[in-house]
Design a protein around this ligand. Structure first.
Ligand SMILES: [Zn+2]
Length: 164
């Protein structure tokens, strides 16, 4: 992943499956991430929570790696989503509400693997950034994404009759 010289918050990097990822991360603005000119703008909800208390530079560095993590793990996320949604539909639960819950659940899983990617990729930097930062926002993040990830599978288990 290399930083563009003309814009500090603009990154390009090649994903392991060969597509050129483009990421734009600026504090106080919506983030953009995608491939080539196809960029999806989104509010920095997760990064806003996770990066509380960090300096602007630290925030943008980790947010950028996190966004890149989403693109690096996109194939895994898609396979995981197809599997979970197929299981739900095969079990006869295909209402819009259940599908939306399943998608929230798979997105929570995507957040887990993207932030894990961020921790792995930034290594000791990650821990040094957070050394004097309150743990509560990060704890909240991990609790929420774990809850929704497991929640999605709970729907499936109820469908399959494994939980009465
Ligand atoms: Zn994310």
């Amino acid at each position: 992943m290399k930083r563009e010289e003309h814009a500090e918050e603009f990154f390009r990097g090649r994903t392991w499956y060969g597509l050129e990822a483009v990421i734009e991360v600026r504090s106080g603005f919506w983030h953009k991430a995608g491939f080539g000119t196809f960029l999806i703008p989104h509010p920095p909800l997760v990064n806003g929570l996770l990066r509380k208390g960090l300096s602007r530079r630290e925030n943008e560095t980790l947010s950028c790696i996190h966004e890149f993590g989403h693109l690096q793990t996109l194939p895994l996320y898609l396979i995981y989503t197809v599997i979970l949604v197929s299981i739900l539909i095969n079990n006869g639960h295909n209402s819009i509400i259940e599908l939306v819950l399943a998608l929230i659940s798979t997105h929570a899983f995507w957040e887990i693997i993207s932030e894990s990617y961020t921790m792995f990729h930034s290594g000791r930097l990650y821990h040094s950034y957070y050394r004097n930062i309150a743990v509560l926002p990060r704890l909240l993040f991990w609790l929420i994404v774990t809850f929704f990830t497991i929640g999605g599978w709970t729907i499936f288990m109820v469908d399959a009759g494994r939980i009465p």
